[in-house]
Design a protein around this ligand. Sequence first.
Ligand SMILES: CC(C)(COP(=O)(O)OP(=O)(O)OC[C@H]1O[C@@H](n2cnc3c(N)ncnc32)[C@H](O)[C@@H]1OP(=O)(O)O)[C@@H](O)C(=O)NCCC(=O)NCCS
Length: 371
Amino acid sequence: MDIRLISSGDEAACNDFHNRLYRHHRTMSQWRWEFADNTYGQTPIPFAFAKVDDKIVGTQAFIPIRMIDRDGVYWTAKSEATLVDPDYRGQRLFEKMYELLFRYAEEHEFSYVWGFTPAIKAFTRLEFTVPGVTQQLFMPFSSRSVTAMLGKLPRDRPGGARDRIKAATLRAGITAARMASAVSIALTSRKLPSGLEIRTMQEPDAQAGNCCKRFIEQWGGTTIYRDSNYLRWRLFENPYVKSVVRAIYEGDELLGWTAYTLGDDGLGYLVDMLISCDESRYKPSSLIRILLLEAVLGTRNMGATGIRGWRVNQHPFDRLVCREARKVGFYHIKRGHSVVLYNCPAQRVRAGYGKFDDWYISRIYTEGVLS
Ligand SMILES: CC(C)(COP(=O)(O)OP(=O)(O)OC[C@H]1O[C@@H](n2cnc3c(N)ncnc32)[C@H](O)[C@@H]1OP(=O)(O)O)[C@@H](O)C(=O)NCCC(=O)NCCS
């Protein structure tokens, strides 16, 4: 058994392993974008694999992501590519691959390792905590969105009675929900307050990083540091789906943005939302509402059957987005993926650690493919 970090020449075999087990068709350029050509730019890349003879039997990787809190910008890692061949499960391969990556995290001064997973047992054995579960914001545009949405929600027991009842309830409620959402949208004023302008970001705006800093000053906690490099990699150069980024400006000053896209399941995705307006005369709630409507109408015009976003915890901005989303006709569905979080012991404990409500999380945290 050979367990090590990837080096040049191993990439295609690791990607083939993923495609074989998941029956996906991930291309090498998609693999490279996610694991090698991200914003980290250091080698070796944090991608571990296990090999028996010439066969890959396990992978585990990190996508390094910078985050920001009131003390500054710092590196973390998103856990990704967690997979062991069913014939080799229960043999501590996951743990052994993680040993290499924990060492990497220490050497490269990552503060946290985090991710979203149904396999919480495997992660808690490695001293990850499970500080929360993602929840959904959902607005149906047509009844077809229900089937797509149900297929996305984690299930307790696939096809079980609870799921069938839930599906029936959702289907029965959907027409009323759709009408209610349409009425809410119609009633919500789309007139922009004077002095504001909404533009499509064609290129990552150089003000993005500063906007993110001001966001943390205004709202507190911690979030992904979305500077222009990050936005370029994550949204503009994403080889899976490109997002539309609609940004709100006061004069030439960037106050925030929303990013949305159409998934290949026909659903619209509210990928991101960020507002910093402490020094402006506009109320955050009205800016959020403006951007939510941009995402709703934008995805509807793209042909989406509905739109979904995340609602995760009690971070003040997350709470406000949820409140405004409900006002324009979104539904809040309390079901999603478990969050796993590991505090790298060698690193200084950051102010927010242990308080998951300090993390502002949107769907942009999925990092790779939309899920
Ligand atoms: C997660 C994984 C790498 C762990 O491998 P491992 O260390 O060899 O451990 P095991 O496969 O024995 O799993 C450990 C425990 O986690 C549970 N588990 C693993 N994957 C799970 C999943 N997708 N959902 C729920 N539980 C899961 C197992 O049932 C097992 O529980 P048990 O000890 O009560 O039997 C491996 O199970 C795997 O490849 N799973 C499928 C891929 C996956 O779910 N990846 C996570 C997506 S982020």
